[in-house]
Structure formats: structure tokens, C-alpha cells
Ligand binder design. Structure first.
Ligand SMILES: [Zn+2]
Length: 305
């Protein structure tokens, strides 16, 4: 028996789900949940990638197959903003912040890599593929010489790219929440028309197509909190809730076409009607956090491998 790649197994699951759901049939194709473009089997190696949600930089794992264009489009912008937001939070809490693409100069030798700032101090690790091999060697020689002699009077320069657009960080989390919901429930959930505006928003992150965004923060939640649930009660708040660390993201539950336009009004109407917050509780139905595509609502036979 040959060992099939994760990409092949997840392609098969997605194609089987689409084959059940769509009329007319697409044939043996996979649809990227983020752009809804279709891909055939010959494109698995070149055009489809395992996507991490939340991004791996904040501790997420690969849970769904998306197309390479969607994956890299977000990686370069939204996820970098999310990492910055996460770092700021870590520093405020006395934790460790990790910055990528940092440039360090010592005695005229420059190296690029990753910088960790935390209670233990500063730690810079050059990344081999980001550096010219000879320049890196020179830099490492300077570093090892510095490590053996007193540092007083020496000068080190660091360039840390700082970002600061909280809305883009929020969009990165909403994108991750959508992928988690896709991995849990499948295409019957992710292809609903309510998501069209979200998909447009993710492709044009600098426009304000959804405002306000349906995301809320609870700073008392631990960073490793991961939860997906249906909010079934009260009726005004019917939704899918995805919790990633301190962020709670609300997504439509079922064929709720104006969800993103109306959610904030519904939330306000609900809050205005609550007379006794202490007696209030949400009706929720929890699901296991996905570690691979589950397609729970697509009606496909899932393999255990
Ligand atoms: Zn795509």
C-alpha cells in the first residue's frame, strides 16, 4: 500500500463531499474554501497547500487544504499583523514576544533572523535561508568573539519591523475561524451565501466591507484556548462561535445571508434586553477542535487514517 500525502487524503475527502453536495457534479475536483476556485488532482502538488489555523506563528496546526494563492496572500499581510498583535499582548503580560525578519548588525556584519524578547532577555537566531552564507559566517564569528569578552562599549543595531493595524490582525483571526469552521462542518457550511461578503473582505483587507467585525476579546482567556461551538440560544445570537485564545469570533450558523451586516444590531438588541446579566447563559453545543478536515455536515465517510 502506498503512503498518500496529507494533501491527497484531504483532496479526496473534499472531492467526495462536493460530489455529494453539488448538482451538476464538478467531477474529481477540490474547491478552495477561501476563494471557491476549483482544482483538479493534477494540481495537488503545485496549487494546494495545508493551511494552519490559527497561523503557525501563534501555535496553530494544519487543518485544511487551501490554494497556494490564498495561503500566501494571507501569510504575507494578515498573519504578520496578527503576530505583531500577539507580541504586543505577550510583552504586556510579561511573556515572550517573537519577531521575524529582524536585522542585526555587529561590527558591520549584518544577519537576518528571529528575535525573542522576554523575561529571559533578548535572543537572536539567524535564519540560514535569509542570509548570504559568507556574510552569515562573518556575523557568527563576531558573535562568538563577543560572547567570550566583556560587552561593555560594544554597539549592536537591531531593526525590528513593527506593524500596527489591529483590524488586519482581527481579519487574520476571522479568516482562521472560518477555516476552523470549514474543517469542522465542511462545504455545506462554508459555501453558504452569507460568506460571500467575508470572502470579498479577506481578498480586499484594506476596505471596510464588514464593519464592525464580529470579534470580541476576553483578556482573561489563556492563549491556548481553542473552542468551536454552536450558539443555539438566545435566538438573536444564533451563530457559530470560534474561540482562539482571548478572541471570540462569531460566524453565521445556517443560511443566515445577512449575518455579517446584521450581527452587531442583533447583539445590541440582545444586550439591551438583558435585565439580569447574572441569570443569563448562552445555549451552546460544542464540537471537538479539528486537527484535520472533518466534513461533519457533508455526509461523507471519513477514513481513520
Ligand atoms: Zn483559494
Amino acid at each position: 500500500m502506498s503512503v498518500r500525502s496529507t494533501e491527497h487524503r484531504w483532496f479526496d475527502l473534499g472531492a467526495a463531499a462536493l460530489d455529494r453536495l453539488l448538482v451538476p457534479k464538478l467531477g474529481d475536483k477540490y474547491v478552495c474554501p477561501l476563494c471557491r476556485d476549483s482544482f483538479d488532482r493534477s494540481q495537488i502538488a503545485t496549487d494546494l497547500t495545508v493551511e494552519h489555523a490559527p497561523p503557525s506563528s501563534i501555535g496553530g496546526r494544519g487543518i485544511a487544504l487551501t490554494c497556494r494563492a490564498c495561503n500566501s496572500r494571507s501569510g504575507s499581510q494578515l498573519d504578520a499583523e496578527l503576530l505583531h498583535h500577539h507580541n504586543t499582548r505577550q510583552l504586556a503580560r510579561g511573556g515572550t514576544a517573537v519577531y521575524e525578519d529582524v536585522e542585526t548588525t555587529q561590527e558591520g556584519t549584518l544577519a537576518r533572523g528571529r528575535l525573542a524578547i522576554g523575561p529571559e532577555g533578548l535572543r537572536f537566531d539567524p535564519i540560514e535561508r535569509q542570509n548570504h552564507p559568507e556574510r552569515l559566517q562573518e556575523h557568527l564569528e563576531v558573535s562568538s568573539r563577543w560572547a567570550q569578552t566583556p560587552l561593555a562599549g560594544r554597539e549592536i543595531t537591531m531593526r525590528i519591523p513593527i506593524r500596527g493595524n489591529p483590524r488586519l490582525a482581527d481579519l487574520s483571526l476571522i479568516r482562521a475561524a472560518f477555516l476552523v469552521a470549514f474543517a469542522t462542518f465542511g462545504y455545506v457550511y462554508a459555501l453558504q451565501t452569507a460568506f460571500e461578503v467575508l470572502i470579498k473582505q479577506l481578498h480586499s483587507p484594506n476596505e471596510q466591507l464588514i464593519d464592525p467585525l464580529p470579534i470580541f476579546y476576553d483578556d482573561s482567556s489563556p492563549d491556548d484556548l481553542r473552542e468551536i461551538a454552536l450558539v443555539t440560544r438566545p435566538h438573536l445570537l444564533r451563530s457559530v462561535i470560534v474561540r482562539i485564545g482571548p478572541a471570540a469570533i462569531f460566524l453565521p450558523l445556517e443560511w443566515d445571508d445577512r449575518f455579517f451586516e446584521d450581527f452587531d444590531d442583533r447583539r445590541r438588541e440582545f444586550v439591551a434586553g438583558v435585565t439580569d446579566p447574572a441569570a443569563f447563559s448562552l445555549g451552546v453545543e460544542r464540537f471537538d477542535w479539528p486537527t484535520s478536515p472533518q466534513h461533519l455536515w457533508d455526509g461523507v465517510e471519513r477514513q481513520t487514517t
